[in-house]
Ligand binder design. Structure first.
Ligand SMILES: Cn1cnc2c(O)nc(N)nc21
Length: 285
């Protein structure tokens, strides 16, 4: 049987690379920023991404870009719960909650989310127990430092070894907390306490992480490093770079890619899947 994730009853098959569409429910991510409009706009955006071919959605109520302002539990719940409820009711795809707060994890799954995406890798107080209690798959991501200062001067002696060691430790902690290994995913955390050189080294050596035995998620979409490499200063100008980076990530082992530009990414992966479908010639042929 090919690998799959049971996201609170919604099955995400991992027989081929899957596309996770990003839905940021933050006032500054949608025009005019009125609460009502924000929910409406976020739901409409999520539906559009599913139309474009997203296999799952990632709903985030607190921006995690470097230096972003923190959001209270109450405010984060106010933003994400209505969006999760509506999207879970109006689409069949699994809904992931992008949060590191235990209270938000519990409430989001109760509202219909079927996956937890935690940039802190369940390191916040109470997060391991909350995630374990929900029973849904969890993405454990590497981050050096905190969003507020992680990009000040990232340094590693050996970025691959250090990220690998961190993920081994988080996988162990999660399993000790009662989360089944079949419900665990890893993520190298591109841009979270890394220079462009660090990000490219991790992307180049992604296959090193497959020996951890869990699916890998990759998220480079429109990130600063891609802008540095291409000279594209505006995130919306980084679509080609993002598609290229995610295609490479998939070729080097990623099973899920977290993207803004779903349609473009789906098209690129269709070409990859067509190539993958070509049988390897028999040795004796
Ligand atoms: C919320 N978020 C922003 N970037 C991300 C990435 O690269 N991976 C994951 N898992 N989440 C991310």
């Amino acid at each position: 049987t090919s690998p799959q994730l049971d996201c609170a009853g919604r099955i995400l098959r991992l027989d081929r690379a899957r596309v996770m569409g990003i839905v940021n429910v933050t006032p500054d991510s949608f025009s005019d920023g009125g609460a009502h409009d924000t929910t409406e706009a976020a739901v409409a955006h999520g539906l559009k991404l599913v139309e474009e071919g997203a296999d799952l959605l990632d709903i985030g109520g607190e921006s995690t870009r470097p230096g972003a302002a923190p959001v209270s539990v109450e405010e984060e719940l106010r933003r994400v719960i209505p969006v999760i409820e509506q999207l879970a009711a109006r689409t069949q795809v699994p809904i992931s909650i992008d949060t590191f707060k235990p209270e938000v994890m519990r409430a989001a799954v109760a509202a219909g989310a079927g996956m937890i995406n935690d940039i802190y890798g369940l390191r916040q107080e109470g997060a391991l127990d909350a995630a374990a209690a929900t029973g849904v798959p969890v993405v454990l991501m590497h981050m050096q430092g905190e969003p507020g200062h992680m990009q000040a001067d990232p340094h590693y002696d050996d970025v691959v070894a250090e990220v690998h060691g961190f993920l081994v430790q988080r996988l162990f902690a999660a399993e000790m907390a009662g989360i089944a290994k079949k419900n665990l995913l890893i993520d190298l955390g591109f841009g979270f306490g890394k220079t462009t050189a660090h990000n490219m080294t991790l992307l180049a050596r992604s296959e090193r992480f497959l020996e951890l035995g869990v699916p890998m998620l990759a998220g480079l979409s429109r990130k600063r490093s891609l802008g540095e490499l291409t000279g594209r200063d505006t995130p919306s100008e980084r679509v080609a770079a993002s598609v290229a980076a995610h295609l490479i990530a998939v070729q080097r082992g990623a099973r899920i890619v977290r993207v803004h530009d779903v349609a473009a990414t789906v098209d690129a992966l269709k070409i990859w899947q067509a190539v993958e479908a070509v049988p390897t010639p028999r040795a004796d042929a």
